[in-house]
Design a protein around this ligand. Structure first.
Ligand SMILES: [Zn+2]
Length: 469
């Protein structure tokens, strides 16, 4: 039998605010454990939370970036559960009236675009971090407790591991552009839970789903989905029922393990937090936040295609904010989109796979201006680029040092052209008898004799003129 896989994702993303969501403690990854804590985020009796305005603003920015409607009235609820990473024994979250609802993310898989609908984006606080010492003990760091978090919940529109990864990549890149989070999966600022079920192909009835928690790399998401869909199909084929449960993905052995039977929302006894007033956000405020939103990758990509770049090149240049910012900055000084794009894609991106960018935008622009003004050839430009990267010297100095200045002097080029014509009469005869391709050989000779420095366009033109005489 054939099966369909149905996947919904819940993505948690920590917001890069200065302070925590409901108190003034620092929001800083990597500090001394339990140094950024106070009575509010630890939940001491009588301590009162105060909502961080910046966190609300950032959550709304995320909603706007993903095409959500923003609720003017929003409420914070307590989600109650008892676990050592949660010193208050409840988490301040949102259930009934989340900040953002009904958005979508457009993904591209194998050349096809697909809209993944979002159910909601809500604001909540993070829990502390449990650290298992590996010899049976566990310690807790509450620095993370109370850090603002958005939870992005999709509709079950995803049907494969490839789509899930494409969704996460698009999501991560777009969030990075907004600047609201540093979206570092390795530091836990972006985490993903996967809800997955299978059903007979074409069936309208959803199967029982399982939830895999806290996957912290794209690779883990990909592997976990492929493992879990296969496991569920095998269970069904063997005549077993799928149990609704929470699973832990063990990346080292490549298997899911049962953590606990899955709670429903009523198990959390949600109720409005009596210490926090409902929040009203006017349309005016929402528009103000909208105006702060920078250009997003989809928008930039369309802009680049409008400059005459291919869809593929435009995608490469918008894979990170760092690259598109760099491209824009160089382009501002050298208004030659194709030249700038080719150089950044073929040279800079290749180097960036190994190390950080060594050539600032203004220095890159200087190099490209030399090429654009025909002072050096593109080939020589690549050589200069390599040396700039290696030595930190500027383009002009290197062109002098390496003797790469393009030969543009008409008299000198003409002399080389005439030499080639008198040295290779056979090629000249071939050309005159109709084999026009023979000119290629003669161009090659001139280039060789000029040590690659002659302006190839001029060489071509002059040779043609001489041969047609
Ligand atoms: Zn605090």
């Amino acid at each position: 039998m054939k099966y369909d896989t149905v996947i919904g994702l819940e993505v948690h993303c920590e917001l890069k605010t200065q302070t925590k969501c409901f108190c003034g403690c620092k929001n800083n990854f990597g500090d001394q454990p339990n140094s950024n804590c106070c009575p509010v985020c630890l939940g001491f009796p009588g301590a009162l939370p105060v909502l961080n305005q910046k966190a609300v603003e950032y959550a709304i920015m995320a909603g706007l970036a993903f095409n959500c409607s923003i609720n003017n009235n929003t409420v914070f609820e307590r989600k109650n559960y008892f676990y050592p990473d949660l010193s208050k024994a409840y988490q301040i979250s949102q259930l009934e009236k989340p900040l953002c609802v009904n958005g979508y993310v457009e993904i591209n898989v194998n050349g096809k675009t697909k809209k993944i609908r979002l159910n909601r984006i809500h604001l909540e606080e993070d829990a502390g971090k449990l650290i298992h010492d590996g010899i049976g003990g566990t310690v807790v760091d509450y620095n993370r407790g109370g850090v603002p978090l958005i939870e992005i919940v999709t509709e079950p529109d995803i049907t494969s591991a490839e789509e899930a990864v494409a969704f996460l990549e698009t999501l991560k890149n777009t969030i990075a552009y907004t600047g609201i989070s540093d979206v570092k999966m390795e530091e836990g600022s972006l985490r993903c839970d996967v809800n997955l079920s299978v059903k007979p192909a074409g069936s309208e009835v959803l199967g029982t789903r399982t939830e895999m928690k806290n996957l912290n790399s794209f690779k883990a998401v990909y592997r976990a989905i492929n493992y879990e869909q296969k496991r569920q199909i095998e269970e069904i084929e063997d005549g077993h029922k799928i149990i609704q449960e929470t699973l832990r993905w063990d990346d080292s052995i490549g298997e899911t393990k049962s953590m606990r039977s899955k709670e429903d929302s009523q198990d959390y006894r949600y109720f409005p937090d009596p210490d926090l007033l409902p929040v009203y956000i006017s349309d005016e405020e929402i528009n103000k936040i909208k105006s702060k939103l920078p250009k997003l990758p989809t928008e930039l990509k369309a802009e680049y295609v409008g400059y005459g770049l291919s869809d593929y090149d435009a995608s490469l240049l918008t894979e990170s904010k760092e690259i598109s910012d760099y491209f824009n900055e160089v382009l501002e000084k050298v208004n030659q989109p194709k030249l700038v794009a080719n150089f950044i894609i073929n040279e800079t991106l290749r180097k960036l796979k190994e190390e950080e960018n060594k050539i600032e935008a203004n220095r890159m622009a200087e190099l490209l201006i030399l090429i654009n003004n025909n002072e050096i050839s593109t080939t020589a430009g690549k050589q200069v680029f390599e040396e700039m990267w290696k030595t930190g010297k500027d383009a002009k100095t290197l062109v002098e040092e390496l003797g790469l200045k393009q030969l543009n002097n008409d008299d000198e080029i003409k002399k080389l052209v005439l030499d080639a014509i008198s040295n290779f009469p056979q090629s000249v005869a071939d050309y005159k008898s109709g084999k026009t391709s023979a000119i290629g050989f003669l161009v090659g000779q001139v280039m060789k004799n000029s040590k690659g420095k002659a302006n190839p366009q001029k060489v071509n033109e002059m040779l043609k003129a001489e041969l047609e005489k």
